[in-house]
Design a protein around this ligand. Structure first.
Ligand SMILES: [Mg+2]
Length: 118
């Protein structure tokens, strides 16, 4: 059981992911952009962050980099789309622990989380 921050500008996706994580016994928090993700990370200290890349206000790559400046141990999994290979590489260099390509199966997200918290 972990506290997971779900970051995506698509509300339906946040709800879908949160529901799946809750059903697996995890607690969830949601943010709709990178800026809000940073605020919630600082106030609620989630165990894992699932981070979308393309979002208004602040994108996922910038949010990842910012979070890593104050928590070098932050565990962030990027949610990417096909065609974002360069973003994936940059995210891994910036300290992302894993990435999941959309559209994804629930099991893929859960196994990425279990690998990190296990
Ligand atoms: Mg997006």
């Amino acid at each position: 059981m972990a506290k997971i921050l779900v970051v995506d500008d698509a509300q339906f996706l946040r709800l879908r992911i949160s529901k799946m994580l809750n059903q697996s016994g995890h607690d969830t928090l949601e943010a709709e952009n990178g800026k809000r993700a940073i605020e919630l990370y600082q106030s609620d200290h989630p165990d894992v962050v699932l981070m979308d890349v393309t979002m208004p206000e602040m994108d996922g790559l910038d949010a990842l980099k910012h979070i890593r400046t104050f928590d070098a141990n932050a565990r962030v999994v990027m949610l990417t789309a096909l065609g974002q290979e360069s973003v994936v590489l940059e995210a891994i260099r910036a300290g992302a622990k894993d990435f999941v390509v959309k559209p994804f199966e629930a099991s893929r997200v859960l196994s990425a989380i279990n690998k990190i918290i296990g």
